[in-house]
Design a binder for this molecule. Structure first.
Ligand SMILES: Cc1cc2nc3c(=O)[nH]c(=O)nc-3n(C[C@H](O)[C@H](O)[C@H](O)COP(=O)(O)O)c2cc1C
Length: 339
């Protein structure tokens, strides 16, 4: 499937929700939450993209790397590419609802499966958002990572049990959704979790636990000490707090605090294979991609996601060869240019 057609299709189907810009950088959709934008001025969303753009590569050609290995071992399995689809929920109120939540989630998960990696599923107030994710993961024999919001106990534990029943070996919590005041307004409180509470949640979790929304070394250490299998360095694509730094700016320090103890993933503004390689050089074991995968899934379902990931993989391989990087699981910081 041609990516141009996928994007054209998505532009029509997401009218009023996403303009499918040449570069998805948060400028055209500032403040559009619900929708695909960033909260407030969208400074956090924009800085995710800007922070990555500020890094440049040292191009190196005198070496023997011609067929780099893009696979990584994380969260107890091999991912053939170091890229996962980020959890995104709410097709009807964020993307225009021209395709169903089920068609969307299935496209994302199956597209990732073709590439030997995993897609994640989201959560929200209407129960069908998480339910659709759990059923799709069940249908795929546990191939997917369901994310749950930091609800209060009853809803949290019910959802965690259902997520466990899907066969998923990893369950995530976007702890930064505590910033989604819309949920509170709808009478469905979400909240930050003190370390003792997080440890209790992780102990009850029937699978490995991934904490998403970590932006400081201290929070990373607390997530590790509470027993998490990994973290996702993320500002929720700039949708929960205006004026946070781009994730690429905090990645090195946060990763260094826990590297080797747990899986370190990062997301925010990753658009291309070169962005993926920059995130790995800054300390991530793997990355998640959000909005561009949504566009690909709405515009072309599974085939659209496969076509987009094909492109990201090709760009990653090209960038690995031209920086002399043989393995995605051992990317040197020295591939990045510093003045
Ligand atoms: C419309 C939309 C819905 C989202 N829903 C969720 C969700 O349900 N759970 C979650 O953990 N993150 C959610 N996110 C955040 C993404 O998982 C991810 O962190 C973010 O999109 C990454 O930035 P990027 O879109 O610039 O790649 C959502 C993001 C968007 C744009």
């Amino acid at each position: 499937m041609d990516l141009q057609d996928v994007r054209k299709n998505a532009r029509e189907q997401m009218k009023g929700y996403c303009r499918v810009c040449p570069i998805c950088d948060g400028r055209a959709c500032a403040g559009e939450v619900p929708g695909m934008g960033g909260l407030g001025t969208a400074a956090s969303f924009k800085d995710n993209v800007m922070a990555l753009a500020e890094y440049k590569f040292n191009m190196r050609l005198v070496h023997g790397v011609t067929e780099p290995d893009t696979s990584v071992q994380i969260l107890g399995r091999t991912m053939k590419i170091p890229v996962l689809a980020a959890p995104i929920g709410g097709v009807s109120f964020n993307m225009g609802g021209q395709i169903s939540e089920e068609a969307y989630v299935t496209g994302v998960l199956e597209g990732c499966q073709v590439h030997g990696t995993l897609g994640c599923t989201g959560d929200g107030v209407p129960p069908f958002i998480s339910e659709t994710g759990f059923s799709a993961i069940t249908r795929l024999g546990g191939e997917g990572i369901p994310f749950i919001k930091p609800w209060e106990d009853k809803e949290l534990f019910e959802k965690m049990d259902k997520a466990g029943a899907s066969g998923a070996s990893i369950i995530g919590m976007d702890i930064d959704a505590a910033g989604l005041i819309t949920l509170k307004k709808m009478g469905r409180p979400v909240s930050p979790k003190p370390i003792a509470k997080l440890a209790e949640i992780i102990k009850r979790c029937p699978a490995g636990f991934l904490v998403k929304g970590i932006m400081t070394p201290d929070d990373a250490k607390r997530a590790r000490d509470a027993g998490a299998a990994g973290i996702v360095i993320s500002n929720h694509g700039g949708r929960v707090l205006d004026h946070t730094p781009g994730t690429a700016r905090v990645l090195t320090d946060v990763a260094a605090a826990v590297k080797g103890d747990m899986a370190v993933l990062a997301d925010g503004g990753v658009r291309t294979g070169t962005d993926v390689l920059k995130m790995l050089a800054l300390g991530a074991d793997a990355v998640m991609i959000g909005r561009p995968v949504s566009v690909a899934a709405v515009g072309g379902r599974k085939d659209g996601v496969v076509a987009y990931l094909d492109q990201v993989k090709e760009e990653l391989i090209q960038a690995m060869v031209l920086t002399g990087t043989a393995r995605a699981d051992a990317v040197g910081k020295d591939i990045l240019f510093r003045k």
